[in-house]
Write a protein that binds this ligand. Sequence first.
Ligand code: MLT
Ligand code: MN
Ligand code: ZN
Length: 304
Amino acid sequence: MHIHVLGAGAGGGFPQWNCNCHNCDGFRRGTIKARSRTQSSICVSGDGVNWVLFNASPDVLKQVQEFAPLQPGRALRDTGIVGIVLIDAQIDHTTGLLMLREGQVKREIYATQMVRNDLTSGNPLFNILGHYCGVNWHEAPIDGSSFEIPGAANLKFSSVALKSKAPPYSPHRYDSHDGDTIGVLIEDTKTGKKLFYAPGLGEIEAHLPALMRQADCIMVDGTFWTDTEMIDLGLMDKTARDIGHIPQSGKGGMMEVLAAYPDARRVLIHINNTNPILNEESVERHLLEGAGIEVSFDGMDIHL
Ligand code: MLT
Ligand code: MN
Ligand code: ZN
């Protein structure tokens, strides 16, 4: 299985256009050692030719420009993307659908009923796309059952509901429903290798360890270092967990969670611009490295 990180940043990317936090300011001034990151997305392929896009980032056009296998190569209008899986309905994971509106062939989109509801109500992207390429919506399961995506050779997908949060424009923002967010176990049916992908993860529920145990690579929510990161900076009045993200540090944090899977490759994604792990020389980054946890970056390739 080929896994390519198109964007490793959270909503807003890094540096964020209006942010002067230590990281964003330090990046612009060149006083910290860090890489810029576009907004959260990966693509996965079983044959290196046909790719499944996970999430459609607002930065998708730049991401496609940077990664030739997704570009047209065979016909006048063409793409290496055979299907798009949306793990939630958030801006940073769905806005790119508008940038992919061209063409006469419908976009094949795999998302839960809840995500479809949000994308036909609070943020009616699917309706808007109906006036362009159109959408072929396929319901993504939330009970761990598996599905295939036509054209995505050698790949099998199983999706489960995860506790996180519906977006601000969802009719049920403060009343979480199963299916607002999913995690996906992706299996290469030829090699048996598996990736567990969950860029939005607010809680480790009872059904998760069994999935993570199977995975050769666990790629999960790396949004915040502490639960109170945004509060401490005076940027928001909510904790990381309030908005559906387990922080890396502290009791029950992601470092502690990932310590239980030492044999898997463990990678953080969806990293917020305020997170000190973006600074490659920070104490926090060194703590992660010491624990064998990787911080993904745009352009990162993983072969399983
Ligand atoms: C989130 O996952 O909480 C988002 O990154 C928020 C956003 O896109 O603004
Ligand atoms: Mn997000
Ligand atoms: Zn910032």
